[in-house]
Design a protein around this ligand. Structure first.
Ligand code: ZN
Length: 508
């Protein structure tokens, strides 16, 4: 990514914001704002160590309203209008949005035409009047959203056999719509899709409106909880929407290709019990609905898009996968609704909190329902852990993604390598404290963002002891510390348990 001297140095978000505000105050004090305004547009970021260009300083988005018009051909750009409601946290002459890959037709700020220019993967908006800290502002961008990508920069749209789905994690929501593309800035979403009759559109949250006119239907959905841009989902296809009821009357809604509906039903019927199982572990399901989106596409991954997880249809209809494995992957994405979605990572270096927990409950479910012992999987992970740390970095300090790599930052060090950290923690503080910590974590940070430091602090608080040294070794060490209670566990030269190895082939 293009770096310029204007890009804040990598620091956690709170810091970079404070730095930005100080810089803005200083600038206005010496009356150089006008000079700054005429300088060339520059891409900015919030200083994420792994994705320095993601997000933008100076504002908090409170709501996105996305409106897409689909032609019926998934190789053609969609027409789109993105409306962003934000509150400024600094005086701004310009507002940087993350956006790349689409064509921008016009931008308005608070109803007035605004200037705009592309800089790197930023859309730099210059309002007629500059914005003051604390202002509420509305930015409307008319643009295209192109589902066809270059091989080396795949985007958020996934082209399916009968339409489109979305997979924005980690850093490609802004290849679909202009946004503040970082999980530390969550917002509510309203998503409308206009598609030719015969197609069905579904998005995150619950439906609020269906409008039919002139051979097309407009479907509108709204989230009741804040959501990160990486978790947005839009499905368009020849789909059937299936309804069932989960615990406490929770509406469960699945979206399936109509022609595969019968084959998929036995799997979908398992979701309510899986939700009840997770609730028994960590407490009430955090959102207004849940369900599976079965995409007729070969993605090579599944994705926990909020309230509507994306799955490859083949995972369920390809007989090669054992049933226990498929079910544990379903629980992996379900667990993310608590770990990763309701509680979002403060930075992408905190990804282990998402994937470590999702892998943990995936493995725990397999242990409790399919007689696949957690200890055996963790012993295999222990054997591989040093090699994973060498390849991808320690769990809480992962190496940056390599250019062109499809894996990105989603390596074994943050899956079984991070579940191993949770196993070590449970060994160290005992089951009651560990289970109390898990419940407290998703309760205290519900609908928010949290970091590794927050987790270490809460674990110390709940266990009643300072776990700083324990976590330093397990989360940041080049080598894996000895496993409490299992002094016989040793690093191995090669993978020894195929179960742990296949567990990471699916499930992002
Ligand atoms: Zn995952």
């Amino acid at each position: 990514m293009l770096h310029t001297p204007h890009t804040p140095t990598p620091r956690p978000r709170a810091w970079s914001r404070r730095r930005f505000r100080a810089a803005a105050l200083l600038a206005s004090a010496v009356s150089v704002c006008l000079v700054a305004a005429s300088a060339p547009p520059t891409p900015l970021g919030v200083g994420d160590r792994l994705f320095p260009h993601l997000g933008n300083p100076g504002y908090d988005v409170t709501a996105y309203d996305l409106s897409f018009t689909y032609s019926g051909d998934n190789s053609e750009p969609l027409k789109a209008v993105t409306t962003i409601d934000a509150r400024t946290t600094a005086d701004l002459d310009r507002v940087n949005l993350d956006f790349a890959h689409g064509k921008v037709d016009s931008v308005e700020v608070d109803g007035e035409p605004a200037g705009f220019a592309m800089a790197g993967e930023d859309l730099v908006v210059t309002p007629e009047d500059s914005l003051d800290e604390g202002d509420r502002t509305r930015i409307t961008v008319r643009h295209s959203s192109d589902p066809v990508y270059a091989e080396d920069r795949q985007g958020g749209w996934v082209r399916t056999a009968d339409g489109l789905a979305m997979a924005n994690q980690a850093d490609v929501a802004h290849l679909v719509f202009p946004c503040n593309d970082h999980p530390s800035d969550k917002a509510r979403f309203t998503i409308s899709v206009t598609a030719p009759d015969g197609l069905t559109a579904v998005a995150n949250g619950l439906p609020t409106d269906v409008d039919q006119a002139g051979g097309a239907t407009t479907w509108t959905y709204r989230t009741q909880h804040p959501m990160a841009t990486e978790l947005a989902q839009v499905s368009i296809g020849r789909s059937t929407v299936l309804h069932r009821t989960g615990p406490h009357g929770l509406p469960v809604r699945d979206v399936v290709p109509t022609k595969h509906r019968a084959a998929l039903e036995p799997w979908l019927a398992k979701t309510p019990d899986q939700i009840a199982w997770m609730e028994n572990k960590v407490g009430r399901y955090p959102f207004e609905t849940y369900g599976l989106l079965m995409a007729d596409a070969t993605t090579g991954f599944e994705l926990e898009t909020q309230t509507l997880s994306l799955f490859e249809r083949e995972l369920f209809t390809e007989p090669a996968y054992p049933a226990w494995y498929v079910e544990s992957i379903m629980v992996h994405e379900l667990a993310h609704q608590w770990f990763g979605n309701s509680v979002s990572p403060g930075t992408w270096s905190d990804l282990w909190l998402n994937e470590g927990h999702a892998t943990w409950y995936e493995a725990l479910y397999a242990e409790e329902t399919a007689d696949r012992p957690m200890a055996a999987r963790m012993k295999a992970a222990y054997g591989a852990s040093d090699r994973w740390r060498t390849a991808g970095g320690p769990p809480a300090a992962p190496k940056p993604p390599k250019n062109g790599s499809k894996t990105g930052i989603f390596r074994s060090n943050v899956y079984d390598g991070a579940a191993l950290v949770l196993y070590a923690l449970r060994q160290e503080i005992g089951r009651p404290a560990f289970e109390g910590l898990e419940r407290a974590w998703v309760t205290r940070h519900r609908d928010g963002t949290a970091t590794t430091a927050d987790f270490v602090r809460l674990a110390s608080e709940i266990s009643g002891r300072d776990l700083g040294d324990f976590f330093r070794g397990w989360l940041y060490g080049e080598k894996t510390p000895p496993m409490p209670g299992h002094p016989d566990w040793k690093p191995t030269a090669t993978d020894q348990a195929p179960a742990a190895a296949t567990g990471k082939a699916h499930g992002e």
